[in-house]
Write a protein that binds this ligand. Structure first.
Ligand code: BGC
Length: 765
């Protein structure tokens, strides 16, 4: 007799079992909810901008043998350092594909840059800069012969506060993430390199992300049990933006969703992605995420990585015995080849993998991925993701201090700088130097590393001042003539593990020790995710605090520009910092399998859309620093809110239209326009992030629905304007299977953060 957990899985409005979530019952059978089936797999139609690419792809497919088609659908062995390779077909001049990690820069090779990570881009709230970073990153991948960049990340979205990969994505808010992934997809692909937006979908924790054998017993991947409304309003939202931007590939994740593996889930692949969102590209597996053969093909999977023992000749057998249509195989290869044409990789691309040696330590040709043109965007991307959260007694910017003392392991460089990803648990080798990127496949490879300590020494050289340091002791001596004591700590995260917590005692003790001896203690935290600060944030000697995130290789240079006032902080938190960990409630920790019966681990998304600030607002919990918060060296005043309905139809149902990439195009019809005036009322030039939140009737108190970063010189004003489109103002109706406008009064808020909103208005539909 087995004791099992029964889970309600709701998707597409179907309730598939009667028990309450996580209720334990005794049963002889394993009985779980599943996603409703969606078959057959929709064929790519070549709509919109894809028409020519599809025509060319179809012509090429018509010339291929069955074996050649099969080879296009799965990775093959490689002598290159590409993460995965699709073999060339010289007979028809198809040169093959090299696909490689990741969303923050190219990994595991030389002559490339380490760019600011996803969380840093999220904290910059800058769409233009996100686009520029992506464009330059794409150019590097292009020069190195990488056809497909394995990123950007929008899953995890960041549901679990301790999630190990949240730093690879932008924010746990779907709107902010959606706006930044849109620019990222356009930027990379504008450089002729494809993206595979990942990990689709419900990849919200590392714990149990893959099946494993524990004490001889097989344990499946965790199942993310997500209801239909929540999946649309939170987790699918940024994927929709990525598809709308033209993402040529989508990577299915390791997890199960509502108990079906993500790479064979017909509801999420055939249904949501290929039918509802009209996706024209191909679905590629995460590495080793295929668990079923014909089932995955029929569910909408198109390409398996790094290789497949389940497909190959088995697909031919399946077609012969009727388990799979021949047209499904043709659709897979049409989608794959169409992307090659869509990106002009048939005419304008180096030899795939040319800059990706199998090992940088063996003989290889130097292929320079970097270019001097990138310098400005590389540095600016590093600058803008720093968030100043405390600044008292005029601590910052520093005013020509004669002596600066530097403490903490995070100020210095590592013993060796390698191009290999820092995969691993909480190894001191990784943590005990400045954190410029997180660990795992999302790590990147720097061309050099400007550490905080190096950059501060350079500054001291230029100013003819003094800098002293102790970057190993937890209780360092402090020169009493120090005008500022800078303490550097970090908070590491890596693929493969969720984080052990949101604070660490060693680092917090270091801060309080220094603060006990120095009345101008400035704390800098390089944080790969949420980092709590309750131990010392109110200490009178802690005068300034910067959440420095993961700036990439220009980290020290960027920070010193901010500390010395050559740059004005303009980052804003892309998540909430709580006063205590328990304030994150049920989504603080990842779901753990219930022992000893956890053969099919379950993670019920019972909180629905109420994660991060939506939950804090709903439960009236005061955060330490709210979503959207960040200080500047100047101040901004808000005035003149104007909210007006524009010409878009306000019928509750979206007008029907042919599905385009991204779904029903009428979801982007503007319905309301909001404008406001922002004035720089302080004494230095600065950049403000004007934020628009909307309270939709029957929804969360407020949700981000617009933001604009504007540069405003001292004393001047800027007008910011936000376009509210149908999707922004709708909620997903499970009954109607549509985005519906709500009848009632909408609240409108404009201001500096999710809790500092000086302008309020409303409108009714
Ligand atoms: C990661 C992916 C990555 C792939 C290839 C997997 O373990 O989850 O994000 O793209 O490896 O390196």
């Amino acid at each position: 007799m087995h004791r099992v957990t029964v889970v309600i899985a709701l998707l597409g409005g179907l309730s598939l079992c009667a028990a309450a979530p996580s209720q334990n019952i005794t049963s002889d059978v394993y009985f779980y909810g599943n996603s409703p089936p969606v078959y057959p797999s929709p064929e790519g139609t070549g709509t919109g901008a894809w028409a020519t690419a599809y025509e060319k792809a179809k012509e090429l497919v018509a010339q291929l043998t069955d074996e050649e088609k099969l080879n296009l659908t799965a990775g093959t062995s490689t002598t290159t350092g590409c993460s995965g390779v699709i073999a060339a077909i010289p007979r028809v001049n198809f040169t093959g594909l090299c696909v490689s990690d990741a969303g923050n820069g190219l990994r595991g090779t030389d002559h490339v840059n380490s760019w600011a990570s996803g969380i840093h881009v999220g904290a910059s709230w800058n769409k233009t800069l996100a686009h520029e970073r992506a464009q330059y990153m794409g150019q590097e991948f292009h020069r190195k012969g990488v056809n497909l960049l394995l990123g950007p990340v929008v899953g995890p979205l960041g549901r679990v506060a301790e999630g190990g990969r949240n730093w690879e994505g932008f924010s746990n808010d779907p709107y902010l993430t959606g706006a930044l992934v849109y620019e990222t997809v356009r930027g990379v692909q504008g450089s002729g390199v494809g993206v595979s937006t990942k990990h689709y979908i419900g990849n919200e924790q590392e714990t149990n992300r893959n099946p494993e054998t524990v004490d001889g017993v097989d344990v499946a991947s965790v199942s993310s049990n997500i209801d239909d409304k929540t999946i649309h309003e939170l987790y699918l939202w940024p994927f929709q933006d990525a598809v709308r931007a033209g993402s040529v590939a989508i990577m299915c994740s390791y997890e199960r969703i509502n108990n079906s593996y993500a790479c064979q889930n017909s509801k999420t692949l055939n249904g949501l992605l290929k039918t509802e969102l009209g996706f024209q590209g191909y679905v590629i597996t995460d590495w080793g995420a295929q668990h079923g053969g014909i089932a995955s093909a029929n569910a909408g999977l198109d390409m398996v990585m790094p290789d497949s023992t389940l497909w190959g000749a088995n697909l031919t057998t399946a077609i012969a015995n009727g388990s799979m249509e021949a047209s499904r195989l043709d659709d897979m290869v049409t989608r794959i080849l169409a992307t090659w044409y869509q990106l002009n990789q048939d005419t304008d691309f180096p030899t795939p993998g040319i800059g990706m040696p199998s090992s940088v330590d063996s003989e290889h040709q130097a292929v320079i991925g970097t270019s001097p043109d990138e310098k400005g965007a590389l540095l600016q991307s590093a600058v803008e993701g720093h968030v100043l959260v405390k600044n008292t007694n005029g601590a910052l910017p520093l005013q020509s201090p004669s002596l600066v003392s530097v403490f903490g392991y995070d100020a210095k460089g590592p013993e060796a700088l390698s191009f290999v990803a820092s995969f691993g648990t909480y190894s001191p080798a990784i943590q005990n130097s400045t954190l410029y990127v997180g660990g795992g496949s999302g790590s990147n490879s720097p061309s050099y590393l400007s550490t905080p300590l190096d950059a501060l020494q350079q500054q001291a050289y230029e100013d003819s001042t003094a800098v002293v340091w102790d970057v190993s002791s937890q209780d360092p001596d402090v020169d009493p003539t120090s005008e500022a004591c800078l303490v550097f700590i970090n908070s590491y995260a890596t693929e493969g593990f969720d984080r052990p917590g949101l604070v660490d005692d060693w680092s917090d003790t270091l801060v309080t020790n220094v603060a006990g001896k120095c009345n101008n203690t400035i704390v800098v935290i390089h944080n790969a995710g949420i980092r709590l600060v309750y131990d010392w944030i109110d200490h009178a000697n802690v005068t300034a605090v910067i959440l420095a995130h993961l700036p990439g290789q220009d980290t020290g240079h960027a920070l010193v520009n901010l500390l010395y006032g050559r740059a004005n902080p303009s980052g804003r938190l892309p998540y909430t910092i709580a006063k205590q960990a328990s304030d994150y409630g049920s989504v603080l920790h990842p779901s753990e399998p219930q022992t000893p019966y956890g053969l099919f681990p379950q993670s019920d998304y019972a909180e629905g859309v109420y994660i991060d600030y939506r939950a804090f607002d709903q439960q009236n919990i005061t955060p330490q620093f709210e979503f959207g918060f960040g200080l500047s060296y100047t101040t901004f005043n808000y005035s003149e809110l104007d909210v007006r309905q524009t010409n878009g139809s306000t019928s509750q149902y979206p007008p029907s239209a042919t599905i385009q990439e991204g779904g029903n195009p009428r979801l982007w019809d503007e319905i309301v326009k909001v404008t406001a005036t922002v004035q720089n009322s302080g004494s230095v030039d600065g950049d403000e992030v004007a934020q628009l939140y909307v309270g939709i009737p029957n929804g969360p108190v407020r949700q981000l629905r617009g933001f604009e970063k504007v540069h405003i010189p001292v004393g001047q004003t800027a007008q910011v304007s936000f376009s509210l489109v149908r999707r922004d103002l709708s909620t997903w109706s499970v009954d109607a299977q549509q985005w519906l406008l709500q009848l009632g009064t909408y609240q409108v808020y404009v201001g500096r953060s999710s809790r500092d909103l000086p302008l309020t208005g409303q409108f009714s539909l």
